[in-house]
Design a protein around this ligand. Structure first.
Ligand SMILES: [Zn+2]
Length: 519
C-alpha cells in the first residue's frame, strides 16, 4: 500500500502589495520525495501524517510528493501558481501508482489569475488520480472553503484551534480519517454551508472561555467524536482576501449519512451566524495603546497586538504606526518591536555594531498604509533570525528570516529581519538576544495567535487599531471583488430559517455526484 503525502502552505493577503513568488517558497524550504518524509516526521501536519501512517498495522509505504511552503504575504504571481501546479502534478506522476493522497494545505492562497489556488490544485490532483483513489486534505481554520475544494476532496480536515496549536494533531486527524475510508470502507458524505459573513480574527480565540470561538470549537469537536462523523469544522475565513467567494463556512462529513451531515452542518452554521456580533472586541488607537503601555510598564509585560501589520496574516511587517508612538516615550524597561526591512539590515551590517543608522525606517514594503519614518538609531547587534518555531502555527518548524539586526533608540529595540516570518514568536526575540517575558512592552504582529505564548504571562494585552494590510476593521477598507451582500459590510438578514428550508449543499465526494439543493 502506497500513500502519497505533500504540502502547499501559503496564506495570501491581497492587500499586501508585495507579490509572492517561487523564490519565497525556495527560501522557506522546498522538500521533495524521500527528503520530505525523512525530514518532516516531527513537524506540523506532515509530521502528523507520517507518524500516524507509520503506526498503521498495514505499514503503508509513505511516498513524499513535494513540500511547498512560503510565509503569508501578497498575491502569488500567475507564474508561481503554474509552477506550483507543475510541481504537484510532476511529483504525483513520479509517485504513481498510489492508493491514497494526503495533502496539507492552508486553503486561503490566491494567485493573480486563480482566486482559489487550493481548489484548483485539488481539482488537478483529482483529475490525475481519478475518482476512486481517496484524496484527503487538511486546512487552516482561516481557509476560504470553496465548492471546488469540497467537490474534489473526499474529506477536508480543519484545524480546530486559533491560536493554531493543533497543527500536528490535524495531520493525525487527516491520516486517521483516511484510514477509515481506505481500510474500514467508510463512505464520506460532506455537508458544506457557506455563510455570507466574515468576522475579525482578534477575538476568535478558541482557547479562551469567554470567546465565542470556545463554544463553537467544543461543538465541532463534540460532533467529530460521534461514531458516524468523520470530521467537522468551522472555517472563519481570514478577512483580507478581495476575492469572489469570500465567506465563512461550516463542514460536516459523515460516514454515508447525508441527512445527519446536513442536519449537523445546518445547526452549527445557524449557531455561527447567530453569534457573529460576539466576534467584535475593543480596539485602541496606536497613540492610546502606547500611552497606556507606558503608564503601566513599570512592572510586568504589556503586549500590544499590531494586528494590522500581522505578518502571520500576510501583512508586509514594516508598518511603523506603533513604532512612531513608541519612540515618543523614555521607557525604563525594554520596548521590543519588529520590522521587515532587508535594505536596513544590509545598511546596518555595513555600519557595524555601534554605528549610527540615519533612517528612515519602515513604510517601504507597506507603501499603501505607512510612510518611511525619519528616525536615527544605533546598531546594537547583528544576528541570524534562525530558530525552531513551536506553539501557534507550528510544531518543530524551522524558521529562517535571514540576516537581521537590532537597532536601538533609547530603550526601544527595533528587531529588523531580512524576511517576513512569525513577528510575534518568543523564539524570534530570543534569537535577537532578549527575554521577551521580561520586557516592558512588546509589539506582537499577530491578531490572535500570539496569545498562546503571552496571555498566561502578560500583565495586560491591548489590540491596536492602526492602518495596514490586515486591519481588524477590514470592512472599512475598499474591496472590489467580494460577493455582496456580505456581513459586516452589509447589514443583512440571513436567517437560520432560510438555512433550514434549503439546507447546506451535500457532496458525495468519491463519486463526484452533487445532490441536495444549493442554499
Ligand atoms: Zn490561520
Amino acid at each position: 500500500m502506497r500513500i502519497a503525502i505533500g504540502q502547499l502552505w501559503q496564506e495570501t493577503n491581497t492587500f499586501n502589495p508585495t507579490l509572492t513568488t517561487r523564490q519565497d517558497f525556495e527560501e522557506f524550504g522546498i522538500l521533495r520525495g524521500k527528503d520530505l518524509v525523512d525530514r518532516m516526521g516531527d513537524t506540523n501536519e506532515l509530521g502528523g501524517f507520517i507518524q500516524s501512517l507509520r503506526a498503521w498495522p498495514e505499514k503503508p509505504e509513505i511516498v513524499g510528493l513535494v513540500r511547498l511552503p512560503a510565509w503569508p504575504s501578497g498575491t502569488a504571481t500567475a507564474e508561481t501558481f503554474e509552477w506550483i501546479r507543475r510541481e504537484v502534478l510532476d511529483s504525483l506522476e513520479k509517485a504513481r501508482p498510489v492508493d491514497a493522497v494526503l495533502l496539507a494545505l492552508h486553503g486561503a492562497m490566491v494567485s493573480a489569475k486563480e482566486p482559489d489556488v487550493e481548489g484548483a490544485i485539488l481539482e488537478a490532483v483529482r483529475q490525475r488520480i481519478g475518482s476512486k483513489i481517496p484524496l484527503v486534505a487538511t486546512l487552516d481554520l482561516h481557509t476560504n472553503i470553496t465548492q471546488k475544494m469540497v467537490a474534489n476532496a473526499d474529506a477536508l480536515v480543519l484545524y480546530h484551534t486559533a491560536p493554531h496549536i493543533d497543527v500536528f494533531e490535524t495531520g493525525q486527524r487527516g491520516a486517521a480519517l483516511l484510514r477509515r475510508i481506505l481500510i474500514d470502507g467508510a463512505k464520506p458524505t460532506t455537508a458544506f454551508q457557506k455563510l455570507p459573513m466574515v468576522v475579525p480574527a482578534e477575538n476568535a480565540n478558541t482557547q479562551e472561555r469567554s470567546s465565542v470561538s470556545f463554544g463553537l470549537r467544543e461543538e465541532v469537536q463534540g460532533l467529530e467524536h460521534l461514531p458516524g462523523v468523520l470530521t467537522a469544522g468551522i472555517a472563519t475565513v481570514q478577512p483580507w482576501l478581495d476575492i469572489p467567494e469570500l465567506g465563512s463556512a461550516v463542514l460536516v462529513t459523515t460516514d454515508n449519512d447525508p441527512q445527519e451531515a446536513q442536519r449537523m452542518c445546518a445547526e452549527v452554521a445557524a449557531m455561527l451566524w447567530h453569534r457573529r456580533r460576539d466576534y467584535f472586541g475593543e480596539l485602541v488607537t496606536a497613540a492610546d495603546a502606547v500611552r497606556t503601555a507606558f503608564e503601566l510598564h513599570g512592572e510586568g509585560l504589556i503586549v500590544l497586538s499590531d494586528c494590522a501589520d500581522a505578518t502571520t496574516s500576510g501583512a508586509p511587517g514594516d508598518s511603523n504606526w506603533v513604532l512612531a508612538e513608541l519612540v515618543k516615550y523614555a521607557w525604563s524597561r525594554p520596548a521590543l518591536v519588529t520590522l521587515v526591512a532587508p535594505d536596513v539590515v544590509a545598511a546596518a551590517q555595513k555600519l557595524g555594531v555601534g554605528g549610527t543608522h540615519p533612517g528612515p525606517l519602515g513604510g517601504v514594503r507597506d507603501h499603501r498604509f505607512s510612510k518611511p519614518l525619519p528616525l536615527t538609531t544605533t546598531v546594537e547587534r547583528l544576528f541570524e533570525a534562525r530558530f525552531i518555531l513551536s506553539g501557534h502555527l507550528a510544531k518543530n518548524l524551522p524558521i529562517d528570516m535571514g540576516p537581521s539586526v537590532v537597532l536601538r533608540h533609547g530603550a526601544v529595540r527595533i528587531i529588523v529581519t531580512s524576511r517576513s516570518g512569525p513577528h510575534f514568536a518568543p523564539q524570534l526575540f530570543e534569537a535577537a538576544g532578549f527575554d521577551p517575558f521580561t520586557a516592558g512592552v512588546l509589539i506582537a504582529k499577530s491578531p490572535c495567535g500570539f496569545r498562546a505564548a503571552y496571555q498566561p504571562r502578560a500583565r495586560k494585552i491591548l489590540v491596536v487599531s492602526a492602518p495596514g494590510c490586515a486591519p481588524p476593521d477590514f470592512w472599512k477598507y475598499e474591496f472590489k471583488n467580494i460577493p455582496r451582500p456580505l456581513w459586516p459590510w452589509d447589514e443583512i438578514e440571513w436567517k437560520a430559517t432560510e438555512l433550514d428550508r434549503s439546507g447546506p449543499r451535500i457532496h458525495r465526494c468519491q463519486r463526484h455526484a452533487l445532490w441536495g439543493s444549493p442554499a
